[in-house]
Design a binder for this molecule. Structure first.
Ligand SMILES: NC(=O)C1=CN([C@@H]2O[C@H](COP(=O)(O)OP(=O)(O)OC[C@H]3O[C@@H](n4cnc5c(N)ncnc54)[C@H](OP(=O)(O)O)[C@@H]3O)[C@@H](O)[C@H]2O)C=CC1
Ligand SMILES: O=C(O)[C@@H]1CCC=N1
Length: 267
């Protein structure tokens, strides 16, 4: 597949990493930053440039700039789009606005990926409206499936929902890891030891959860001996309303996705 990325930042780099690992794609990246272009064009099958090349109807263009940059990018792109399939990974920005900015183009799929795409462990939510045919859905799915699991959403609001779980979710996990690393360093482990211990603990916990149908709450209970050590930690987390804060943070994240769409889709 010939795929052009507009924007070669964090998320595009992660998706391109997954695609390069799979192989067999011709990838072109457009980005104003020379260092980013150099890093990406060093990858097998990837070229990079500053200007958007003329596209054609059998190509895919992935919009991977910040939501705030998307209107200008779409308006500039509409002249050279020539009917290409558009995949937008931008948070918040709705199909209606994308189509309007692209001069009435309707071959658009919205995707909410996440950065573990880089190592083939990504999660992508996808949505397209009924104007988008089966072949285009399959093409978008194939691109994202190269980076991990895909889930088609029943409605466009589902993109806001999944943003608050898997799209932004890796940051929630890294935040928890940061806290555990701080705790490990506080009791005397080196930064390197702390990182190794924490990552191995996450990896082990995920592998254990994936090996069974047992409820996550039960797996936690299995660690929490009556009158033991874990109980004290969990009691502190409960007293500090940690779980409620995570749920509220995810709600705030979803609300921001909706707000971004409303604010930036107005013009
Ligand atoms: N990061 C993530 O985990 C996720 C991000 N997304 C979405 O992905 C999109 C990109 O996010 P992210 O990768 O984090 O952002 P980045 O800022 O890392 O990447 C955006 C890139 O686009 C470049 N750029 C700016 N203007 C243009 C232009 N006119 N033409 C081409 N390239 C341009 C930027 O260059 P410069 O820096 O010089 O401006 C930058 O390199 C966003 O819409 C975000 O909502 C979705 C899911 C997860
Ligand atoms: O923080 C953001 O806006 C982007 C979208 C999802 C993850 N990162």
């Amino acid at each position: 597949m010939q795929i052009t990325f507009i924007g070669g930042g964090n998320m595009a780099t992660a998706i391109i990493g997954g695609l390069v690992k799979q192989g067999g794609h011709q990838i072109h990246v457009v980005d104003p930053n020379a260092d980013r272009r150099d890093a990406l064009s060093a990858l097998q099958g990837v070229t990079a440039g500053e200007a958007v090349p003329a596209l054609s109807a059998d190509e895919v263009v992935v919009l991977a700039v910040k939501p705030q940059q998307l209107k200008g990018v779409c308006e500039a792109l509409s002249a050279t789009l020539n009917g290409a399939l558009v995949v937008s990974i931008a948070a918040g920005i709705r199909l209606e606005a994308l189509s309007r900015w692209l001069g009435g183009h309707t071959r658009i799929v919205r995707v909410m990926p996440n950065t573990p795409a880089m190592v083939g462990k990504g999660v992508s939510g996808l949505f397209a409206d009924t104007a988008v045919g089966e072949a285009d859905r399959k093409a978008a799915d194939a691109i994202m499936a190269a980076t991990g699991v895909t889930l088609w959403l029943a409605d466009e609001e589902g993109i806001d929902d999944i943003t608050s779980v898997s799209g932004s979710g890796p940051a929630y996990v890294f935040y928890f890891m940061e806290g555990m690393i701080n705790a490990a360093c506080e009791v005397g482990f080196s930064e390197a030891e702390a990182r190794r211990l924490v990552l191995a603990t996450f990896e082990g916990a995920v592998a254990l959860a994936q090996s069974t149908d047992t409820d996550i709450a039960q797996l936690r209970a299995n660690v929490t001996s009556k009158g033991g050590t874990t109980e004290r930690a969990i009691a502190r987390f409960d007293a500090e309303l940690v779980k409620a804060a995570i749920v509220q943070g995810a709600r705030d994240c979803r609300a921001r996705s909706i707000e971004l769409g409303e604010q930036l889709s107005r013009d």
